[in-house]
Design a protein around this ligand. Structure first.
Ligand code: SDX
Length: 432
């Protein structure tokens, strides 16, 4: 089939440009502008990369109009219903659902890497007790590069794999240490007899002075939340990991950059911001006031957990989580959770408001997840840490894809310069 082309004509100069058009498996075509500056001296301008494809990727696809999300071709709804977080991690890393023995070997490898170097624990003691856990995650994950010299050859396939397994395995342990440090309790070691989410809940909530039984319902809910948060194509934090990784830096340092970016309230920090917002709204009677504030251009208040750069329909993850909320809160005897009731009412009022309808602002993944994390007993400032644990799967998968992509070069965007034209230096004694 003849290659598709985009023809650009400038009637004033009579110049024209022919741009090859790239086509993927599904989704919009992309005009390849990589030769535009070299051959035509022209940049493109796209703040926030609304219309820019930064790479080719086989990992995740989102259709914002259909509200579709799939990992390696499998819909998020099917994976949430039938899969497990470690199976989704395997799928994201290796591209196919694992056979039984492959999943067993992968699970054993992750289990083998859950401990962290004992010297790392002193890093936590350097933080004040009220340090935000995301600040601790950023610092401690960045320091992993100082402990793992053996996986620094980023072109070596086995080194890449060990790095990926170490990151997926150690994030819950590091997160649990950050939580324990913030509440002044001793760190709890991982246990090899527990599955991934059970092990994490045990490290979070067990204490040395008594046995702690993990609630299987809580573990299952957490596993599904991790599946829903595992990847999301070229979101801000994953793009940060790709850009940082494109310089050839240590992969653990690239992960720390992703964690730092995820922390922002416009991104992964939104789940914490939603809970704070619901607590600020307080009760149903205040909803109209806050919806008006969200619509007021002069008011910085935004309805956190609403809106999305890509989804102009329901975020399919929000739909799954909303359903989970009902089931989990009922199982935990918290079905009349006032925050959940308030969230449901706020959602309904917003969805029926013309402003939100016109701007296609729907609940996103962060709107309900915090309610579940709170029901699981987590403090609000740990919510984004949960997001980071899950998104580590996407970050390592995209880092590996970027590192092995023959088209990949160091990311170095250009700009439209709007500063002063060149001018002569004025010596100090002549500046008046
Ligand atoms: C995540 O990219 C990903 O895939 C992210 C993520 C992932 O899995 O990695 O899905 C996770 O980050 C989800 C988003 C979590 N953030 C929030 O819930 C914060 C609240 N939402 C907004 O800040 C906003 O909707 C964004 C950041 C999510 C999207 O920003 P965009 O695409 O740049 O849209 P925008 O800010 O240009 O908004 C478009 C219009 C604006 O009005 P106008 O200037 O056109 O008049 O919609 C308005 C905005 O003011 N708007 C909102 C709003 N979100 C957008 N108005 C009120 N409340 C909101 N939440």
């Amino acid at each position: 089939m003849a290659e598709k082309k985009l023809i650009l004509n400038d009637p004033d100069s009579g110049k024209s440009a022919e741009l090859p058009v790239r086509t993927g498996t599904t989704g919009p075509d992309a005009a390849d502008i990589s030769s535009l500056y070299r051959e035509h001296g022209l940049f493109t301008y796209d703040p926030g990369f609304v219309s820019t494809a930064s790479c080719r990727s086989d990992i995740t696809f989102i259709d914002g109009d259909q509200g579709l999300l799939m990992y390696r071709g499998y819909s998020i709804e099917e994976l949430a219903q039938h899969s497990t977080f470690l199976e989704v991690a395997y799928l994201s890393l290796y591209g196919e659902l694992p056979k039984k023995t492959q999943l067993e070997e992968f699970t054993d490898s992750i289990r083998y890497h859950t401990m962290i170097h004992e010297a790392l624990k002193s890093f936590f003691r350097g933080f004040h007790y009220d340090a935000h856990p995301m600040a601790m995650m950023t610092g401690v994950v960045g320091s992993l590069s100082a402990f793992y010299h053996d996986s620094l050859d980023i072109t070596d396939a086995r080194a890449q794999e060990i790095f990926a397994h170490r990151m997926i395995a150690k994030m819950p342990t590091i997160a649990a240490c950050a939580y324990k440090h913030s509440i002044g309790q001793p760190f709890i070691y991982p246990r090899n007899d527990l599955a991934y989410c059970e092990n994490f809940l045990h490290m979070l909530f067990a204490v040395p002075c008594e046995e702690y039984e993990v609630d299987p319902v809580a573990a299952q809910a957490l596993d599904m939340l991790f599946i829903l948060h595992a990847d999301h194509e070229q979101n801000a934090s994953t793009s940060t990991v790709r850009l940082a990784g494109s310089s050839g830096t240590n992969p653990y340092a690239a992960m720390a950059a992703g964690i730092a970016c995820l922390w922002g309230p416009a991104h992964g920090g939104a789940n914490e911001a939603v809970l704070n917002m619901l607590e600020e709204v307080g009760d149903v009677s205040q909803i109209p006031k806050y919806i008006e504030k969200a619509k007021d251009k002069n008011d910085p208040f935004r309805l956190m957990g609403f809106g999305h750069r890509v989804y102009k329909n329901y975020d399919p993850r929000a739909t799954v989580i909303r359903g989970m909320c009902h089931k989990l809160l009922k199982r935990m005897g918290k079905e009349n959770d006032p925050l959940f009731e308030l969230a449901l009412e706020l959602e309904q009022r917003a969805l029926n408001d013309d402003y939100f309808k016109e701007k296609k602002l729907y609940p996103n993944v962060d709107f309900y997840s915090g309610i579940i994390y709170k029901a699981l007993g987590l403090q609000t400032n740990m919510f984004t840490v949960m997001f980071a644990i899950a998104r580590t799967v996407g970050w390592v998968a995209h880092w590996q894809e970027m590192t092995n992509d023959p088209e990949q070069r160091i990311g170095r965007p250009r700009q439209i310069y709007t500063g002063p034209a060149q001018r002569k230096y004025v010596p100090l004694n002549k500046r008046g």
